[in-house]
Design a binder for this molecule. Structure first.
Ligand code: PLP
Length: 426
């Protein structure tokens, strides 16, 4: 078959790329072992350099809602590529994708494209600060918003203190502007606003947190966010880079019926190509250059090939019954995992929101970051490797959400549940 192996490739990669990977979680540090080097994907599956195939619940960390290499997406990309890869000048397909996004999520009265989710959140924060003339922001522990400096911050000692850098290289002076609070703690949020409210430029939140495993925001917590931001003139930013077009066709904001001031998207809106989006209230978006004084730009922003992939993907999601079937399949998987967990006697539980799911080595799904951290990581790691050996690819960390695509069929779900049963024998 192949003359190479995952192991050889990993060794070679480490000789030229730090850790052998272009993004840290891919290195399998949390679970141990050798990452799989992928040669191709089709539908619900990926194949590695040794020719083995896996049912994939990572889906490039969420974007591939129609599965790998969907013919309609590939065709759109090929057609766009033949006309040229990039112009750095406006194109009609940007307008088409922007209009499609606004139709699905009307709170984005105006929106702009970036090349990643990180750029989208970074730009949204700068915009919120420029709009309000304030510096401080609130984020929540366990929520991930990309790797901009002011977002790589963890809680300081004691509640209501401003944050400390969570990465080397982030100046303390930058981190000091970020207040880190507990996700789903409405009282702490109210206290923070009572104390700091008139200095807060923005609150950024994952309404359905998917970067500390899956932890849905409590409706009353998200409602309190909306109320407090409005009362204090702070900008409410929903980071829907992951939840957008995944938990509801209109995003988490439609699911919860809460309208943020700004929203960020990424992942699904790019259909597997590098795309981010930030947008929202027209008066706030009017502050962005060239209309307003807040600078923001990108050589490849609105890239026509990437726009084509995003547009083709969103068109697929508009097929009658697309989300109903996808959500039902996700529910079937998590119901099955809960049943297997109960039968096995292990503290394994699962939950889903739309097509995102969480798998927890704890008796019930966590609602707080501290509960997420209390899950049994050793058990997760063993389960992960046993699933991988049986051809099921889960995220290589106990703290990531999983995803389904429209390409996952009942046979894939059944095979996954059978593998899970075997993986939990002892
Ligand atoms: C993935 C993600 C980001 C960062 O997006 P990149 O494209 O990786 O820069 C930001 N916010 C959330 C909620 C994400 O899941």
């Amino acid at each position: 078959m192949s003359s190479t192996s995952n192991e050889l490739l990993f060794e070679r990669a480490q000789g030229v790329i730090p850790g052998g990977v272009s993004s840290p979680v891919r290195a399998f540090n949390a679970v141990g072992g050798t990452p799989r080097f992928i040669t191709r994907g089709k539908g619900a599956r990926v194949w590695d350099a040794e020719g083995r195939s896996y049912i994939d619940y990572v889906l490039s960390w969420g974007p591939l809602i129609a599965g790998h290499a969907h013919p309609a997406v590939i065709e759109a990309v090929e057609r766009a590529a033949r006309d040229g890869l990039s112009f750095g000048m406006p194109t009609e397909i940007e307008i088409e994708l922007a209009e499609a996004i606004r139709t699905a999520v009307p709170s984005l009265e105006r929106l702009r494209f970036t090349s990643s989710g990180t750029e989208a959140t970074m730009s949204a924060l700068r915009l919120a600060r420029g709009f309000t003339g304030r510096s401080r922001i609130i984020k929540f522990e366990g929520c991930y918003h990309g790797h901009a400096d002011s977002l790589l911050v963890k809680a300081g000692s004691g509640a209501l203190t401003f944050g400390n850098p969570s990465s080397a290289g982030v100046p303390a002076e930058v981190a000091q502007h970020t207040l880190v609070l507990d996700f789903n703690d409405t009282q702490q949020l109210a206290d923070a606003f009572a104390r700091e409210g008139d200095h807060i430029a923005a609150v950024i939140v994952e309404p359905v947190a998917g970067n500390m495993n899956l932890v849905p925001g409590h409706p009353e917590f998200l409602a309190a966010l909306r109320r407090l931001c409005s009362a204090h003139g702070a900008v409410l930013i929903f980071d829907e880079v992951m939840s957008g077009f995944r938990v509801h066709p209109g995003g988490a904001q439609a699911l919860y019926g809460i309208t943020p001031d700004l929203t960020t998207f990424g992942k699904v809106v790019g259909g597997g190509m590098p795309v981010g989006v930030f947008g929202g209230r027209r008066d706030i978006m009017a502050c962005i250059a060239p209309q307003g004084p807040v600078y923001q730009a990108g050589t490849l922003s609105g890239n026509p090939v990437a726009m084509a992939a995003g547009l083709a993907t969103l068109k697929l999601t508009r097929a009658v019954g697309f989300y109903e079937r996808l959500f039902a399949a996700t529910r079937e998987l998590t119901d099955g995992l809960n049943a297997i967990g109960a039968q096995s006697g292990h503290a394994l539980s699962a939950a889903c929101v739309g097509s995102m799911f969480g798998l927890y080595f704890s008796a019930r799904p966590p609602g707080r970051f501290s509960e997420v951290m209390a899950a049994d990581r050793v058990r997760f790691n063993r389960f992960f490797h046993r699933m991988l050996e049986q051809g099921v690819h889960l995220a290589p960390s106990a703290f990531e959400a999983g995803f389904l695509s429209s390409a996952h069929d009942p046979a894939d779900i059944a095979a996954t549940l059978a593998a899970a049963k075997t993986a939990l024998v002892d």
